[in-house]
Design a protein around this ligand. Structure first.
Ligand code: UGA
Length: 439
């Protein structure tokens, strides 16, 4: 890093390949940290939005961070990965690593990106694997690049969608791993303006930390969801049980909210990938297999609650659904438990009227929404419904006019798969209500 006479850092030249949910906040954050970042994105519509200083994804404060980066001159965009890496000291690969049919991570995008830029990298450049990649991927990328002057460093990302900017600017930790320790340390220095502890390790360990973190979080949630189910059976109040757990500093309050099952583009993919890695290594990770199976049971448990609320079956029944994204504050519906549940309810013969604040009911529905009756507001989704199912925890649902909802519905029944609403308040209004783990 170079320092100007006035003590301000001018930063390094950084290229980021891929403007997705990881690449975009990474690029904007590195620009904020004072580095000169060129972000490469092939999707021309996305690129156009970015050039206007706007975020193509729903993410709190990301618009401002992008606009700030553009205004400072630290953040620019290009369609060409080759163009982006020219003269860059650091090249972050932030391309997707989708799940293959056998549960392993598909590295074809990483391979293609590495191949594309290999010959154009500056002498001594450091390539950073930011995408979640299988153990051994740093070596794989090194081989694809095939240049002895270029080092590859694993630097997993831990940001959450919905709070990506906050998480990127204030990370809990920075992990860097490489067989070239100096290169790893240099990548760590890019984040020196944060107070986050730095873990410098080898590539295999760094790659394992990423999978282990997501698998642990998924296991924690499976435990919480199963515990909520048990609370219902024994008559305990899961909210208070979890409060009692959370005050133990070793457990903590984060990630203790029961829900319809964990989803999104990361937890399901990464737990399956870690299970695959374990299987390949001949290791029986039955605990993780149990956490995954328990997540499927949670979806079934929520569907069972809806059926019960409708007198045993949803066949021929109209249901109102609030929330389609995999969690609130994002427009991401990949591996959304809401869509898995609405899909199964539709298969069972229900008509599902759905509302989500990020879904335009008028637009041609994307493939994943086919079969749903999309509605323009939450009241329209509830109109004529036999039961209302809350599947995503959008805060705005809590503040609706529930007397209006009650008047619109065919039956006053609510299944709250996020424990979002106040049970006594809605019951006082005349609703039948069921949540998770509470009476
Ligand atoms: C997850 C991890 O939390 C991040 O640390 C990681 O960087 C990211 O994956 C990734 O690998 O890229 P994310 O997928 O954005 O982040 O979502 P989470 O906030 O972890 O939520 C995952 C699922 O768990 C969602 O379906 C959410 O609704 C559910 N959840 C979360 C609950 O049901 N209850 C909770 O208390 C928390």
């Amino acid at each position: 890093m170079t320092t100007r006479g006035n003590g301000r850092t001018t930063g390094h030249r950084v290229a980021v390949i891929g403007a997705g949910y990881v690449g975009l906040p990474t690029a904007a954050t590195l620009a904020r940290f004072g580095h000169s970042v060129v972000l490469a994105e092939r999707d021309l519509a996305k690129l156009e939005t970015l050039r206007r200083g706007l975020s193509p994804i729903v993410e709190q404060d990301l618009d401002e961070l992008i606009a700030g980066g553009v205004a400072s001159g630290n953040l620019s965009f290009t369609e060409s990965a080759v163009e982006a890496v020219k003269g860059a000291r650091f090249v972050f690969l932030c391309v997707p690593t989708p799940q293959s049919s056998d549960g392993s991570a598909d590295l074809s995008f990483v391979e293609a990106a590495a191949k594309e830029v290999a010959a154009h990298l500056a002498t001594g450049a450091i390539v950073v694997n930011k995408s979640t990649v299988p153990v051994g991927s740093a070596t794989f990328v090194e081989q694809v690049i095939g240049r002895s002057d270029v080092s590859v460093v694993s630097n997993p990302e831990f940001l959450r969608e919905g709070s990506a900017v906050l998480d990127s600017l204030n990370p809990d930790r920075i992990v860097v791993g490489s067989d070239d320790t100096q290169a790893a340390a240099k990548v760590g220095e890019l984040f020196a303006t944060t107070a986050a502890p730095l873990i410098v390790t080898d590539a295999t360990t760094s790659e394992t930390i990423k999978y282990a973190s997501n698998a642990f979080l998924a296991t924690k949630l499976s435990f919480v969801n199963a515990l909520a189910g048990l609370c219902e059976e024994v008559g305990a109040d899961a909210r208070d049980v979890l409060l009692g757990l959370g005050y133990d500093k070793r457990i903590g309050f984060e990630f203790l909210r029961p829900g319809p099952g964990w989803g999104g583009s990361c937890l399901p993919k990464d737990t399956s990938a870690l299970l695959h890695i374990a299987k390949e290594a001949g290791y029986d990770f039955s605990l993780l297999a149990g956490a995954i199976a328990s997540n499927d049971e949670q979806l079934a448990r929520v569907i069972g609650k809806v059926e019960q609320m409708c007198g045993g079956s949803v066949t021929g029944v109209t249901l109102g659904v609030w929330g389609l994204t995999f969690k609130a504050n994002t427009d991401d519906r990949r591996e959304s438990p809401s869509l898995q549940i609405t899909g199964r309810l539709t298969e069972l013969g229900a008509t599902v009227q759905a509302f989500d604040p990020t879904v335009d009911a008028e637009a041609e529905p994307r493939e994943d929404l086919r079969g749903l009756q999309l509605r323009a507001d939450p009241y329209e989704a509830a109109a004529g419904a036999r039961a209302l199912v809350v599947l995503t925890e959008w805060d705005e649902f809590r503040w609706l006019d529930f007397s209006r909802v009650l008047a619109l519905m065919a039956e006053p029944c609510i299944v709250d798969a996020r424990n979002l609403l106040d049970p006594s308040a809605v019951r006082r209004m005349g609703f039948r209500y069921t949540g998770l783990g509470r009476q």
